[in-house]
Design a protein around this ligand. Sequence first.
Ligand code: HEM
Length: 133
Amino acid sequence: MDYIPGPHQRLFKIFEEIRRFVGERMNVHKVSLDPNCPRDFIDAFLIKIQEEQKNSDSVFTEESLVGSTINLFVAGTETSSTTLYFGLLVLLKFPEIQGNNTHVLSKWRTQGMFVVCLEGSSFNHDSKSYLGT
Ligand code: HEM
């Protein structure tokens, strides 16, 4: 692959930049960490590292914190974008879904939910269907 030109040549450099960025975020979290009040995943992980400080076999290390945080982004990005992609594709392929349910969509939006309701459409005659919350 070293000899084939293309965007993959920048992959490792970009990955290193992401790793450095997450490392920086971890350090920012460390400075303001309150073990009694974890704010997010990084805080919870840092607390776990502290708890397991004496265990030399612990998997909770700063390196695995950075790796796990990146994993969450990588795992979530393609899956969520593909789901949105296919959701929009279904709406394009079955435009009657949008037209038939304008009223129901508005109703559910006011409850703070992102809902695609297929009720009454040819796609689903039985009941409401939801995509996301
Ligand atoms: C519609 C969106 C998503 C779909 C369809 C989806 C699908 C999946 C599937 C099928 C697996 C199991 C893979 C396997 O075991 O072979 C998985 C695992 C995982 N997903 Fe998602 N995912 C979605 C969104 C997300 C998001 C938003 C995140 C992170 C914020 C995420 C994080 C993960 C992680 C960390 C795993 C590995 C879990 C483990 O093995 O312990 N996923 N996902």
